[in-house]
Design a protein around this ligand. Sequence first.
Ligand SMILES: [Zn+2]
Length: 376
Amino acid sequence: MASIRLFTIRGIPVRMHITFPLILLWAAVQFGGTQGNWLRGAAFGIVFTLLLFVCVVLHELAHSVVAIQFGSRVHEITLLPLGGVAQMEHVPEKPLQELAMSVAGPLTSGVIGVGLAVLTVLLFPLRIWGDFLRALGSGGTLQWAYLMPYLAVTNLFLALFNLLPAFPMDGGRVLRALLAAVLPYGRATVIAIRVGQGLAWMIGLAGLLARDVFLILIALFVYAGAAQEGRIVQLKTALAGLRVRQVYSHPVQPVQAEEPLSRVVDLMLSGFQTDFPVCDGERLIGMLSGSDVLRGLKERGPDTPISEVMQRNFFTVQLEDDLFDVQQRMSEQGLEAVPVVEGSTFLGLLTRRDLEEAYRLVLAYPALLPRRSAGG
Ligand SMILES: [Zn+2]
């Protein structure tokens, strides 16, 4: 993601997506007319938005700290125009852990909101609330004194909004964790997704009736988030516990490093294979993907030896590796095939097609591929 590192807190880099300044621009325009003087209004909008994002960082940091407690790794927190995202290695799967991690964010927003509200009461005369809410409702003049109550209200709204029981909102995870305490994880996810998508329909309908584009966007966002969570969990339920041994392709046609690219082209045209292991005897020394071949042909011609275009750094898998973990790594790195080895001996390839076949087979008839029991 194109982003700029701002600072590091508790070992977690906080980054700003390059589109983030757009929200400041939007705030400047949006608040420009609210204080009589355009410049003063715009300044209010920008300061308010920056302070709000400090609160958003605290919200994401709360998720992260709890996740780290449970052994997850947090790569970074990224600020996007519409909010923050904490990118984690994996979400804790034990229901209680997922519950604690998910609640931590909205709880933090709630505490900040209540804290600022109390501070407002202590620092300002009580009538500031009435004045502020009237100004907010009528689009009237916002004074600098309203900054604190405004932040308080917005944080309380964030806490409640994030608790909506719909993926990708925190509330979706809370719901799943509660369900998973009494149901299998996959089943709990399916129900949580249905609830989320039902809610998305309702939000969308309300948006259509009220002609509110913002609500319709939220509905689409929630719907897509739920569908994506569903795909990941479905894949995981299908592949986890299966081993590379059960689905990898063998025999696979290997090629030799000194052979020309034209030899690979012949093999590609006469068969289904598009990725080729490059071997020296039985020893695997390189990998050649379909796109390596095309690039080599274009830049150097068909007589180029394979050794000049093959990948020398590649990741390998073992027979006993877990299919879901391998699938995750392959999709992270955009790989079509990975070599299966034992020591340095090449055994075959695990391709994306193998994974898709295994996935479809397991969905159709689970007993076909016996699963290793947990911890086995
Ligand atoms: Zn959150």
